[in-house]
Design a protein around this ligand. Sequence first.
Ligand SMILES: Cc1cc2nc3c(=O)[nH]c(=O)nc-3n(C[C@H](O)[C@H](O)[C@H](O)COP(=O)(O)OP(=O)(O)OC[C@H]3O[C@@H](n4cnc5c(N)ncnc54)[C@H](O)[C@@H]3O)c2cc1C
Length: 382
Amino acid sequence: MSHDASVEQQILATIDKWVEQELRPIARKFDQADEYPTELVEQMKELGLFGATISEEYGGLGLSASTYARIVSRICEVWMAPSGIFNSHLIMASCVERAGTQAQKEHFLPKFATGELRGGIGLTEPDAGSDLQGIRLVAKKDGDHYVLNGTKTWISNGIKGNCLAVLTKTDPSASPPHRGMSLFICEKGEGFSVGKKLKKLGYRSIDSAELIFEDFRVSADNLVGGEEGKGFQQVAGGLELGRINIAARGAGMAKGVTSMALHYAIDRKTFGKPIAEHQAIQLKLAEMSTRAAAAELLVHQAADKFDRLERCDLEAGQAKFFASEAAVQNSLDAMRVFGGYSYSPEYEIERFYRDAPLLCIGEGTNEIQRMIIAKQMVARAS
Ligand SMILES: Cc1cc2nc3c(=O)[nH]c(=O)nc-3n(C[C@H](O)[C@H](O)[C@H](O)COP(=O)(O)OP(=O)(O)OC[C@H]3O[C@@H](n4cnc5c(N)ncnc54)[C@H](O)[C@@H]3O)c2cc1C
């Protein structure tokens, strides 16, 4: 936000170099082994990625959403999973920076920025994902603490992270239910345990886990904003940045597979000429590149609005919806271009094909995005 264009260019150049030197060479091996990239995480700390969008006054890089989106896209052109290691962490940070008390900002944000405290957001439960007002995890006041009981599932960074923003019900009988929902910053400790690592189709190497709260005591000082009943809105605010991030991932993936398909089509020959000269392949390449470019533009439209502090749920929803579907479609089209080799783990294409569908599910499914877009269209026209 406070940086001039040349500083942002330098940051992007540093990320470019890191992606090529450190990320690309290990992506396939770590994904195949579903191995956590510990060294990459240490490098991410040094690059400042855990504080990318946290203000400089709290030790972060203070990047605009636009620059942040460019960083995310660049990483996802090569390998999507590592972006998840700092994305949900930054949603937690965004909730604290936007809605936390001054004491919470001063206590948590510098530690989030260095990665000393690192984690994500615990919203989803076994019986409630899209319908977050249906969660059951209860936080009951007990003196100057709250006592948490319940379960979260599918939580990214649940195992490797040491601190999570957890959405709870402080008043399960509230009507409408969101008035009884509150967000807590929970550092791991007695009563807060983690179930086994969940197996996944794609998005490997990053841990997704069940979190179990059994009489877990958290200080009332960790209630975000210091007031009960605000958790649902606080999370919705943080998810705007989250949706821009998912959209940026989709735009990056759509561009990455298009580039791979293009180079393969130039090299691969059938019937005496490169397949890039067969019209059927040309049509695919043209559609893929158009989709990727449109996705990128939508991401930047949403990020610009976010940076101007304007309401951007419609724009973030459009970007998330379009860019994630573009990543899925382009991964499938790239498989067609690569033919049989696309089906081999020796090539990168199959990873994109396994990773992309997650983008249609996370941070609000694409069905929910379309509902958000339409609601805002009606509201803005009324
Ligand atoms: C790899 C991975 C990582 C994740 N990381 C996190 C994380 O870090 N933190 C976290 O809190 N959660 C996380 N999630 C959970 C994710 O956010 C949820 O899966 C998602 O919100 C959808 O919820 P659900 O799975 O319960 O599906 P449901 O809500 O049960 O939806 C099932 C289907 O019904 C559709 N649907 C639901 N309601 C409507 C409606 N009103 N109208 C039309 N269609 C509807 C949905 O779009 C979907 O197609 C993760 C999930 C995965 C797979």
